[in-house]
Design a protein around this ligand. Structure first.
Ligand code: CMP
Length: 139
């Protein structure tokens, strides 16, 4: 089915000027960037966005990292976009990521792992709505 998923190019990647290289991989995988903006996340943005992880030991570091520089938030559209994006991203930990994936090629470590992608249709809808209004998404 045609789906939309939410994606973030994280501060480790924007710092190294990798936005275009990451977008090229997303597009080569058949994903269409139907919304995109470069923003600086606030502490409140990061804590709300990653709220499901608030009891995890890495939560505070993760929020520090996500607010440490610009991010590019995106809506990606395509057939099975959620699974397709997870495939092209690769495993959370770049040490476990498959050859050719974004995290294998670009991620620095399990925290500074270059990209985020929604893990389910329900979360994709919540995450897209948190960062984008309907009129910003042009399919
Ligand atoms: P992401 O897919 O955005 O979801 C949660 C983020 O927490 C993850 O990518 C990493 O950036 C970060 N993180 C840091 N440490 C861990 C860990 N041990 N397990 C999972 N995620 C982690």
């Amino acid at each position: 089915a045609l789906e939309r998923t939410f994606s973030i190019i994280k501060p480790d990647a924007t710092r190294r000027n990798l936005t275009g290289k990451i977008n090229a991989k997303l597009e080569a995988a058949g994903l269409r960037i139907v919304a995109q903006k470069r923003i600086r996340m606030t502490r409140e943005n990061a804590e709300t966005f990653y709220g499901v992880h608030k009891e995890r030991p890495f939560f505070n570091d993760l929020c520090d990292f996500m607010t440490s520089g610009p991010v590019v938030v995106q809506v990606l559209e395509g057939e099975n976009a959620i699974m397709k994006n997870r495939e092209v991203m690769g495993a959370t930990n770049p040490a476990d990521a498959a050859e050719g994936t974004i995290r294998k090629e670009f991620a620095e470590n399990i925290e500074a792992n270059s990209v985020h992608g929604s893990d389910s249709q329900a979360n994709a809808a919540i995450e897209i709505a948190y960062f984008f209004s309907g009129s910003e998404i042009v399919g």
